[in-house]
Design a protein around this ligand. Structure first.
Ligand code: ISE
Length: 303
């Protein structure tokens, strides 16, 4: 289903003769032939559709963010707990990126000792129309907040966010470059740049500092070129170019998990906690002070 029906029909035709195009999302979610639903619509539509699928007890893959308000995300967690089994997965695709997975396994193997610092940079070539200081946190920085929790295996305890309006911003008010500092459990820190008007391309950079070494995500998907007093590599234009392998592996694993009956990816709790961290970042950006992260009790379903 797509609001642009001809586009949906064009894609359906490429997928085979028995692929049906639905008029709207309710019709799709309720249809008896539909076993599971993938939601990749605009952010503010996610929560309503997830709730609808939960009522029908249909497994859901929902792009991040799980919702755009903490209340809606909490409602999803409560509905899933009520159902008594996990059916929601959230699209934090970096968890499937081979480069990020290499870093994660180096941390988990103890190669760099105890990890103490997450140094991230997340740059978009240009902000989407309608971008606000808050939507940068809800739509983009949420990846980094999830990545820090996942990579370090620690929960966020405190956040401190600064922002600035750069000359590249179309709107003179929006804080299009933000610096997020986190204090996490186990003595870990994080320092994350999120810049949505970097101009030159799309990049996600990450170095983890441990007490016995550091590990950096491989700098590029493309080879290093050295020529005529130049050394460098090309940079992708957006997340689809940067993370093609991750998106495929994420979808493949999700469908395998559906067949085996046990979801293993980032769940509704991860979606809720990352959104709560976003809300705390927004408070810090607005107050100009560091803010404690008040983490709710994790229900048994997500242990
Ligand atoms: C963007 O809006 C996304 O949805 C992508 O997942 C992310 O990688 C990108 O940096 C965001 O700004």
């Amino acid at each position: 289903m797509d609001l642009d029906r001809p586009r949906a029909e064009e894609l359906a035709a490429k997928c085979g003769s028995d692929v049906r195009v639905f008029e709207n999302e309710q019709e799709l979610i309720r249809h008896n032939d539909i076993d599971a639903v993938v939601i990749t619509t605009p952010d503010e539509t996610h929560a309503g559709m997830v709730m609808e699928c939960l009522q029908k007890e249909k497994p859901i893959f929902c792009e991040k963010p799980l919702a755009t308000t903490v209340e809606d995300a909490r409602g999803i967690v409560e509905a899933e707990v009520e159902l008594g089994r996990k059916v929601v997965q959230v699209g934090f695709m970096r968890r499937y990126d081979p480069q990020h997975l290499d870093v994660k396994s180096a941390i988990d193997s103890g190669d760099i000792g105890h990890p103490v610092l997450f140094k991230g940079a997340h740059r978009n070539a240009g902000a989407l129309p309608g971008t606000s200081s808050e939507s940068i946190l809800v739509n983009s920085a949420i990846h980094d907040l999830d990545s820090a929790r996942w990579m370090l295996g620690q929960e966020i305890e405190e956040v401190y966010v600064h922002g600035t309006n750069t000359g590249a911003a179309a709107d003179g008010e929006v804080l299009d470059l933000q610096m997020i500092q986190l204090k996490l459990g186990g003595g870990c820190l994080a320092n994350i740049e999120v810049y949505v008007n970097a101009g030159y391309g799309y990049e996600v950079d990450l170095e983890i500092v441990g007490d016995a070494g550091t590990i950096h995500v491989a700098p590029a998907n493309t080879p290093q070129l050295r020529k005529q007093r130049y050394a460098g590599h090309s940079v992708e234009g957006d997340w689809l170019e940067r993370f093609p392998a991750a998106y495929v592996l994420e979808m493949r694993r999700w469908t395998e998990d559906l067949h085996s009956g046990k979801l293993t990816g980032p769940d509704a709790w991860d979606g809720y906690i990352s959104l709560l961290a976003v809300a705390t970042c927004i408070s810090s950006l607005q107050s100009g002070s560091k803010e404690p992260f008040k983490r709710p009790q994790r229900p048994e379903l997500y242990e």
